[in-house]
Design a protein around this ligand. Structure first.
Ligand code: FBP
Length: 560
C-alpha cells in the first residue's frame, strides 16, 4: 500500500459540493434552451467553417422530480496542456455522473494528452482507480500533453480509436487552444456522421479562458492562492531582514491575471502588468526607470528592501521586444534544419547567425541584451512556434539592468541606498497544488455537468458552471456553444478560427483596484500575508473566492 500524508488522507474523504440544480441526480435533469447564438466576431467566417455546430443555444440544467433511464454510453477523456489544480476532480465528477446514469457505462482516459486518442493509448477507469485521485492536484491520473489535435489525419485516427472502444463522446479538458481544437473535432465528427459528441471543460491557471459566459477557468483559484502564500512569506522575510529586494516572476503565458490577483492578495511594492506596458508603449528603459525610481525613493526613506511582481509574459508585451521576438520566431522556424545553426559549437556562433538575419532594428535590441537572455531566447519554441516565456528569466534581466541604472544614479549623487536583489520564479509550484475547496467543488461540478451535456446528446459545447461567488448550491450549470466564443485570428501567417484569449482589461475593476492603491503600496508597506490554502475552518476563510472573481462579479451583478 502506498503511504499517504495526513492531508492526503483527509482530502480523499472530502465530498465536493454540487449546484442544487444538479444535486438530485444525473437522471433527474431537465434542459432549458436559450436563443440561437452568434460568435463574438467574424460571424460569417465562423459560420462557414462550423456549418453543423454554429449558432446552437446556451443551455441550462435544472433538477426535476421525475427520473429517466439513460442509455449505455462509453466516454473518453483527455487532459490537454499545462497542469491546473482540480483536473482530477473533473474526471471524478464525470465518472460519478456517468456511472450514476447507467452502471454499464465506461469511462476511458487517453494517456499523455491528445496524442493518447490519436495513438490509441488509454486506460479504463474503475472505482478504485478514481478514488485514489479524488481532490488531489496534478494531472498524473492519465498525464497531459501539448499535441495539437487539428489535422484530418489526426481526426481519422481518433475516430478509429473511438470506434474500436465504442466511444460515443469525448471530453477535452483544456485551455483556449485545446477547446478551439475541441470545436474543430466536434464539427468534423458531425460532418462525417461519426456519431461522436465532443464536450470541452475550461482549464488553465492563467485565467485567460474567460468571457461573458465563463467566469473563470479552473486552477486559477488554487494557483493564485499558492503564489500569494509564497509571496506573503517572502514579504515577511523582506520586512524582517530589511536587506533584499525580491523580484518575483509569476506564471501566466501571456495575460497578467495571475500576477494581478497575487498582487491584490498580498499588496507588494511594485506590480508590473504586461497589458499596461503594451497599452502605454513602455520601453524596457522606461520600465527600468519606473522601478529604479521607486527603489531610490524607498532608499531615501531608509528602506533598502521591497517586493516586485513581474508577470511571466512581460517580455513579449514590451514593444521593441515584441517586434524583435516576432522576427526571431520566424528566423528560428527557418533555422530548424539549417546545418550551420544546428551544428554550431558555441552559443556565440548561434548569436552571430541570428543577428545577421534579424532586421537591423531588431538586431540592435537583441544585441543589447545580456548573454543569458540572448541564449534563452533561442531555446526550443512551443507547438505554436512561440518563445516559451517560462524559460526566459525576465526577473534576472530586470535586476541586471536596474543594478546598472542605480550605479549610474549613484555616480551622479542621486542614489544613496544599497541594492541587493534576489530572484524567484513561481510557476510550477502552483500548478499541481491540492485544489482549494473552490477548485475541488468547481471542477467536480464541471465534470459532472459535462456528462449531463453528453446525456442530452449535445456536441461542440463547453461545460459551464456560473454564479461562482455565491455558495456552490446556487451555482448555475449548463453549456455554452464553443463557436460562440470564437473569432478569426492570424496564426502562422494564416487566419484561423480560435477562442478569444482574455487579457487583463485596463478599464476593468480588477486592474483599477491595483491602480488605486499601487502608489501607497510602493512606499508604505501594506503587505498582506494570506498564509496557506485553508481547507477546514470557517467558511469565510475556507470557501472565499479570488479578488478577481469577486470584483468582476460585483460589477456584473450591480449592472443587472
Ligand atoms: P495552459 O495554457 O496549457 O493551461 O498552460 C499554461 C502554463 O502554465 C503557462 O502559465 C506557462 O507559460 C506554460 O504553461 C508552461 O508550459 P510548460 O508546462 O510546457 O513548461
Amino acid at each position: 500500500m502506498r503511504k499517504l500524508s495526513p492531508l492526503q488522507i483527509e482530502r480523499l474523504k472530502y465530498q465536493p459540493k454540487l449546484p442544487s440544480s444538479l444535486a438530485k441526480g444525473i437522471n433527474s435533469l431537465e434542459l432549458t434552451e436559450g436563443a440561437a447564438t452568434e460568435s463574438v466576431r467574424d460571424q460569417e467566417q465562423i459560420k462557414a467553417l462550423f456549418k453543423n455546430t454554429y449558432g446552437k443555444p446556451v443551455v441550462t440544467f435544472n433538477s426535476t422530480d421525475s427520473s429517466k433511464v439513460s442509455e449505455v454510453r462509453n466516454v473518453g477523456v483527455i487532459l490537454s496542456g499545462g497542469q491546473a489544480p482540480g483536473g482530477h476532480n473533473v474526471i471524478a465528477g464525470l465518472y460519478d455522473a456517468l456511472k450514476q446514469a447507467n452502471s454499464a457505462n465506461k469511462l476511458y482516459g487517453f494517456l499523455g494528452g491528445p496524442s493518447g486518442i490519436i495513438d490509441g493509448k488509454y486506460i479504463e477507469f474503475t472505482d478504485e482507480f478514481i478514488d485514489a485521485y479524488r481532490n488531489t492536484g496534478g494531472f498524473d491520473i492519465i498525464g497531459s500533453g501539448r499535441t495539437k489535435l487539428e489535422t484530418e489525419e489526426q481526426f481519422q485516427k481518433s475516430l478509429a480509436v473511438c470506434k474500436k472502444l465504442n466511444i460515443s463522446a469525448v471530453v477535452i479538458i483544456g485551455g483556449d487552444d485545446s477547446n478551439t481544437n475541441a470545436a474543430l473535432l466536434a464539427e468534423w465528427f458531425v460532418k462525417n456522421d461519426a456519431g461522436i459528441q465532443v464536450i470541452g471543460c475550461p482549464k488553465t491557471i492563467d485565467g485567460d479562458l474567460k468571457n461573458e459566459q465563463i467566469e473563470i477557468s479552473f486552477g486559477f483559484d488554487t494557483a493564485t492562492k499558492t503564489y500569494a502564500e509564497l509571496i506573503g512569506n517572502i514579504q515577511r522575510d523582506a520586512n524582517s531582514a530589511k536587506k533584499y529586494w525580491h523580484f518575483i516572476k509569476i506564471m501566466g503565458r501571456s495575460a497578467s491575471h495571475v500576477a494581478l490577483e497575487a498582487a491584490l492578495q498580498t499588496q507588494p511594492n511594485i506590480t508590473l502588468i504586461s497589458e499596461e506596458v503594451e497599452e502605454k508603449k513602455m520601453s524596457l528603459e522606461s520600465i527600468i526607470n519606473y522601478m529604479s525610481d521607486i527603489i531610490v525613493k524607498r532608499a531615501d526613506m531608509g528602506k533598502n528592501f521591497g517586493i516586485a511582481i513581474i508577470p511571466e509574459g512581460l517580455i513579449e508585451f514590451i514593444p521593441e521586444m515584441k517586434s524583435m521576438i516576432a522576427n526571431l520566431n520566424d528566423i528560428m522556424a527557418s533555422l530548424e534544419n539549417d546545418p550551420d545553426f544546428v551544428n554550431a559549437t558555441t552559443i556565440r556562433e548561434k548569436f552571430d547567425i541570428v543577428e545577421n538575419r534579424l532586421d537591423p532594428e531588431n538586431a540592435k535590441v537583441y544585441n543589447s541584451l545580456p548573454v543569458l537572455i540572448k541564449g534563452q531566447l533561442l531555446a526550443d519554441r512551443d507547438p505554436h512556434g512561440n518563445v516559451q516565456v517560462s524559460k526566459i528569466e525576465t526577473e534576472k534581466l530586470l535586476i541586471e539592468m536596474i543594478t546598472t541604472r542605480l550605479d549610474e544614479l549613484k555616480s551622479q549623487g542621486e542614489y544613496i541606498g544599497k541594492f541587493s536583489a534576489q530572484s524567484h520564479f513561481f510557476g510550477y509550484e502552483g500548478r499541481c497544488a491540492f485544489p482549494s475547496n473552490f477548485d475541488a467543488d468547481y471542477c467536480y461540478s464541471l465534470g459532472y455537468n459535462a456528462f449531463a451535456l453528453i446525456n442530452f446528446g449535445l456536441t461542440g459545447y463547453l461545460s459551464s458552471v456560473r454564479n461562482l461567488t455565491k455558495p456552490a448550491s446556487e451555482w448555475i450549470a449548463g453549456g455554452i456553444p464553443l463557436t460562440m466564443m470564437m473569432n478569426m485570428e492570424k496564426r502562422h501567417g494564416e487566419f484561423k478560427p480560435v477562442i478569444q484569449k482574455a487579457l487583463v482589461k485596463l478599464d476593468g475593476p480588477v486592474f483599477k483596484a491595483l491602480e488605486e492603491h499601487r502608489e501607497d503600496w510602493a512606499m508604505n508597506d501594506r503587505y498582506l500575508f494570506p498564509g496557506a490554502v485553508q481547507y477546514f475552518g470557517p467558511s469565510e476563510v475556507c470557501d472565499i473566492t479570488t479578488c478577481t472573481l469577486q470584483l468582476e462579479r460585483a460589477k456584473e451583478l450591480a449592472s443587472v
